[in-house]
Design a protein around this ligand. Structure first.
Ligand SMILES: NC(=O)c1ccc[n+]([C@@H]2O[C@H](COP(=O)([O-])OP(=O)(O)OC[C@H]3O[C@@H](n4cnc5c(N)ncnc54)[C@H](OP(=O)(O)O)[C@@H]3O)[C@@H](O)[C@H]2O)c1
Length: 215
């Protein structure tokens, strides 16, 4: 798959690096394609990645992954050109400055705002509910972390679920894009557990199931 990873920070580097390693063609869309960081990511990807401007990266991609700070996300989307029909994976969290809450109103979400800005794109909210370290390695012994995702386009969600499973997550369809409201609050909870509750970064959410009685 041709993947554009917009942003070369913690999330972009973790996701892009893993997908390049598994054979996808990754283009890191970055404000400075010649930066040491970008060159390092390209070198680590051993032939499966290159760096370009965000617009160049998005132009050639079937899947565009947004891994930008919330405050830069609307302008970044505006710089990407026509996203019509493309899968846009929104990893962002509209966090308040103290990381204790969200800056969007409760009757919307970052995911829904991204869909409004990315005209015609098939937006899937994913990779926002756990730390970037878990994106590098979602396996905990014999268990694996869940990756909750949501969106309004079934085929787009299935494609992103496949990308999550490739990383080692159990992909879980949480429903329509409006469920981003809950997924973004789950991110706030993960951050509170990590930092306020002192759990550190080596934990994540998983889902356990019991067979239904009588089955
Ligand atoms: N860190 C996590 O564990 C984690 C987990 C889940 C979700 N998230 C969410 O994912 C998004 C990215 O998080 P992150 O930790 O990867 O952030 P980060 O390390 O700060 O990286 C964000 C990247 O976005 C790009 N960018 C574009 N416009 C920017 C601007 N005006 N200012 C700063 N950077 C800009 C930069 O890449 P270039 O310099 O290459 O353009 C930058 O490296 C955020 O919305 C965050 O809430 C983070």
């Amino acid at each position: 798959m041709n993947l554009a990873i917009i942003g070369t920070g913690n999330v972009g580097a973790a996701l892009g690096g893993r997908w390049a390693a598994s054979g996808h063609r990754v283009v890191f869309g970055t404000r400075d394609p010649g930066s040491e960081k970008a060159r390092g990511l390209v070198n680590e990807a051993a032939g499966n990645a290159r760096a370009a401007t965000p617009a160049e990266a998005a132009a050639g991609a079937q899947v565009v992954v947004l891994a930008t700070p919330w405050g830069a996300t609307e302008a970044t989307i505006g710089s990407l050109g026509d996203l019509g029909g493309k899968i846009v994976v929104d990893c962002t969290n509209p966090l308040s400055a103290d990381l204790a809450g969200l800056v969007v109103a409760p009757d919307t979400s970052g995911g829904e705002e991204v869909a409004r800005w990315a005209t015609g794109a098939r937006v899937v909210k994913a990779f926002n509910t756990t730390g970037s370290g878990n994106m590098s390695d979602p396996r905990y012994g014999a268990e694996r972390l869940a990756m909750l995702l949501c969106g309004d386009d079934a085929a787009a969600k299935a494609a992103v679920a496949g990308l999550a499973e490739e990383l080692g997550f159990e992909a879980i369809d949480a429903g329509p894009l409006s469920r981003s409201r809950q997924l973004e609050q789950l991110a706030v909870l993960w951050i509170a557990l990590a930092y306020q509750q002192g759990m550190g970064l080596e934990f994540g959410f998983a889902l356990l199931r019991r067979p239904a009685a009588g089955s």
